[in-house]
Unconditional design. Structure first.
Length: 339
């Protein structure tokens, strides 16, 4: 008989994050399918007061609480997770792919002699058997896997399940102690944004805005207009709160000594050797839409592109709509319309 643990943490803002709520929904569905008991294990400064807000119907709620569990730190997250897995006696451990748990859980799986599968994009229960879906080779091949090993840790990528509804239900929570807790050698002294001009990667944004190398190329007047490009892109991001993606050619320009968009880093790169972000919509600008780039759009459902070239890659079945237009003019007008 399986026993499912939803392993989760409270964000340091005091909220339960969207990725965690999605995993909660997934854990509830898997437990229902398996006819298994669902246990919730929550980590945070005051985790016991927040377990009920997860909005899942669980047989038991366990919490590791304390100020030292407020911040992301491998040692305390791994110790707390190990204590929760052991206390729950779970055979299947479900978590959302937050940066904290993605980092801590592979080590936890080792500590409890379990197995872990990360980047999971779907799950099914058939005849009492759990199978999960996962992509390989930069999202080119999809596999369906089962595992006989227990406990089996399954980390869900964001966007697979709808988030479990928030609740204000009070639940009875069992406090779980962490053996040999602290003092931790790592102290968290603050957070730095990944780029010098603030965060441009927003995984929860509805829209992915991709900038390509065309923004820095010579335009119709024979000159390049990189500062104007940067202003248009920044202006659009501020107004729309879209997440910023890039082609490889654009981010590589910094290492090649060319004129660069100052807030663009290699972290923004989308594609075969970049990221595969998940957003409901994507808008590509000044980017040719070559296959090694577009393979990173696997999980972007509705796609549009602005390109001067009517024969660009996007126009060959890779986008739903292609505007054959000057992106400088288009984005200037879009920014005006957004106010
Ligand atoms: C092994 C390997 C891995 C790779 N991995 C990646 C990856 O992860 N990600 C990635 O992006 N690439 C990757 N590439 C590179 C990829 O093949 C392309 O070279 C790259 O995506 C091209 O970037 P681009 O479209 O921005 O630039 P370009 O090909 O230079 O295209 C610029 C486009 O801008 C348009 N343009 C110019 N001015 C305007 C304007 N005013 N308005 C509208 N449009 C305009 C042009 O018409 C042109 O289509 C990889 C390549 C290899 C071989």
């Amino acid at each position: 008989m399986e026993r499912v643990l939803l392993l989760a943490h409270v964000e340091s803002s005091g909220e339960i994050g969207k990725t965690t709520r999605e995993a909660a929904q997934g854990a509830a569905e898997i437990a229902r399918g398996l006819g298994a008991e669902l246990v919730v294990g929550l980590i945070g400064a005051r985790a016991e007061t927040q377990a009920g807000t997860l909005g899942v119907d669980a047989a038991a709620f366990l919490a590791v609480s304390g100020d030292e569990f407020d911040e992301a730190r491998y040692a305390s997250d791994a110790a707390a997770s190990t204590a929760l897995v052991k206390a729950s006696e779970a055979t299947v451990v479900i978590a959302g792919a937050t940066s904290r748990l993605s980092r801590a859980l592979p080590g936890v799986a080792q500590r409890v002699d379990g197995r872990i599968t990360t980047h999971v994009t779907g799950a099914e229960v058939d005849g009492g058997q759990l199978s999960i879906e996962r992509w390989y080779y930069r999202q080119r091949m999809k596999a369906t896997l089962t595992s006989p090993r227990r406990p089996w840790f399954v980390i869900f990528a964001p966007g697979i399940y709808g988030p479990a509804p928030a609740s204000d239900e009070a639940v009875t929570c069992r406090a779980i102690g962490v053996p040999a807790a602290g003092p931790w050698r790592t102290r968290v002294i603050g957070e730095d944004a990944g780029s010098s001009e603030g965060q441009t990667i927003r995984p929860d944004a509805t829209l992915l805005f991709v900038a390509g190398a065309g923004w820095t190329k010579k335009q119709g007047d024979g000159a390049s207009h990189v500062p104007e490009a940067a202003e248009l892109i920044r202006g659009f991001l501020d107004r729309s709160q879209a997440s910023l993606g890039s082609s490889k050619s654009l981010v590589d320009q910094s290492s090649e000594g060319g004129d660069v968009i100052p807030f663009m880093t290699h972290l923004n790169q989308v594609g075969q050797t970049g990221a595969t972000p998940r957003h409901p919509k994507g808008l590509s600008t000044c980017c040719h839409g070559e296959e090694p780039h577009v393979v990173g759009w696997r999980f972007v459902t509705e796609r549009r592109a602005v390109n001067l070239d009517a024969n660009c890659g996007w126009a060959r079945g890779k986008a739903d709509v292609v505007y054959v237009a000057d992106a400088f003019e288009v984005m200037k007008r879009v920014n005006e319309l957004l106010g």
